[in-house]
Design a protein around this ligand. Structure first.
Ligand code: ADP
Length: 273
């Protein structure tokens, strides 16, 4: 047996106050699962997610925000593709955050992010997020330390606001090893369908690994809170990443106990018999 779904998420949740050191966490972990054992569970979680999303949308009460972070090739796109197999386009959006442009540059780092958070009944998946304000901008020295250093408190306050106003926040850090990343970058360059995705900036975190790892550790340590926990997902194995992502998201939504609403204004003498 592989334990209850709840326990799988518990294994990866960063308890508030814990000092995260990614270097000590195994990106190849599979918690005793093998690919075959994972298959059924992954499919069952997709089935759960399908019903849950339909219910959340129908009820129009909960707001669900899923935040994906990870170095290039960590599998953010793959995780989104996986979740989207369960979700209906109605009520779900995936939002990518790239290098800020135009009016985004003329505002604070949370401005463009706040504009994209989920409304009632919506599930929104962030492909990168406000965390780039303490990751890309810190690692690439795009802003001075005084600027990024004060952003952790701003992020926690922002997420607390969202949470108290009814948003469930699930933050997933896809953790891969530098060796696995090298493989994936090579594979990307060798594949005509993926080659176009390669950018010079994909190498940024590799080239500044010590700086990058310190930035990841700080973000995960300082911004995992009770209302918006971080999960560090071992992601060297794509099948295990999908299993963990599906289970954690399904459990978090299920805990809200969404329910289909009654129709409004149903007359007592409905002439349908
Ligand atoms: P992805 O790599 O996510 O598939 P892109 O190739 O478009 O998509 O890369 C997006 C890039 O934008 C990443 O290098 C990321 O670090 C960068 N980025 C995102 N947010 C910011 C930010 N606030 N400041 C600087 N760079 C950012």
């Amino acid at each position: 047996m592989h334990g209850s779904p709840q326990r799988l998420g518990d294994a990866f949740r960063v308890a508030p106050g814990t000092s995260v050191r990614l270097a000590t966490m195994d990106p190849g972990a599979t918690l005793g699962f093998d690919k075959d054992a994972a298959r059924d569970r992954t499919a069952a979680d997709l089935d759960r997610l399908e019903v849950l999303q339909e219910t959340v949308w129908a009820e129009h009460r909960h707001r669900i925000l899923i935040v994906l972070q990870g170095i290039d090739t960590a599998g953010k796109d793959g995780a989104i593709r996986h979740l989207m197999r369960a979700f209906n386009a109605m009520g779900v959006r995936a939002v990518p955050f790239g290098v800020p442009v135009g009016p985004e540059l003329a505002h604070d780092f949370l401005w463009r992010v706040h504009a994209q958070v989920p409304g009632d009944g919506e599930i929104v998946i962030f492909n990168r997020s406000h965390y780039e304000g303490v990751l890309a901008e810190r690692i690439g020295e795009l802003v001075p330390e005084a600027t990024w250093a004060r952003r952790y408190d701003a992020i926690n306050a922002f997420e607390r606001l969202l949470a108290v106003e009814g948003t469930t926040i699930i933050k997933l850090f896809l953790h891969i090893s530098p060796a696995e990343q090298l493989e994936r970058l090579r594979a990307r360059l060798a594949d005509p369908a993926k080659r176009w995705k390669f950018r010079r900036s994909d190498l940024r975190d590799r080239e500044r690994w010590d700086v990058a790892i310190a930035a990841f550790d700080d973000a995960l340590t300082r911004c995992s809170t009770a209302e918006a926990p971080w999960y560090v997902i071992p992601s060297d194995h794509k099948w295990f990443r999908n299993l963990a992502v599906g289970t954690i998201v399904a459990d978090a939504i299920e805990a809200l106990q969404p329910a289909f609403p009654e129709p409004e204004g149903l007359p007592a003498d409905l002439p349908l018999s």
